[in-house]
Ligand binder design. Structure first.
Ligand SMILES: [Fe+2]
Length: 157
């Protein structure tokens, strides 16, 4: 058998992280009463789950299997997103609001994913798509946040 690629742990971490992302956005998508926001949350939830599957699929293609991880802070966050907290509070739990630019750090962290020069082309293509979609998700979420705030402003005016 060939040597274990150096990026197996990374693929595993992304598969687990995206699975968590699905749980978060699915919980929020099911709990919001804002019909204008819900389609964006649902799209992101589907995207996160597809990422999780795509990375788990790649792991299995390379001859490995997913090691799932338990995450206490994720469970707490899911609980908040399922709750009756406002959508503003839920956005704030992702860094939207006072520190809107918290998202730009995530983008920098994403670039690190491709820094391993031994990544095979198929895995690299998957990672490139993943990074671009995550950035698009960030943009769409920012847009949905601004649109929600504009709607609220109109309501109170
Ligand atoms: Fe994600």
């Amino acid at each position: 058998m060939a040597k274990k690629p150096s990026y197996i742990g990374l693929l595993n971490a992304i598969a687990n992280g995206e699975r968590g992302g699905y749980e978060l956005f699915n919980a929020w998508s099911n709990s919001t009463s804002d019909e204008a926001l819900q389609p964006t949350l649902n799209m992101i939830a589907v995207r996160e789950m597809e990422h999780s599957w795509a990375f788990e699929k790649r792991l299995t293609e390379l001859g490995f299997s997913l090691r799932s991880a338990t995450n206490k802070s994720l469970n707490k966050h899911v609980k908040l997103l399922k709750s009756k907290a406002t959508d503003e509070e839920k956005f704030a739990s992702f860094g939207f609001g006072s520190a809107d630019d918290a998202r730009s750090e995530t983008a920098d962290a994403l670039l690190q994913i491709l820094s391993d020069k031994s990544i095979d082309p198929q895995t690299g293509a998957l990672m490139g798509r993943f990074i671009s979609e995550e950035r698009d998700t960030g943009r769409r979420l920012s847009k949905a946040f601004r649109a929600m705030k504009a709607r609220k402003k109109k309501q109170t005016a």
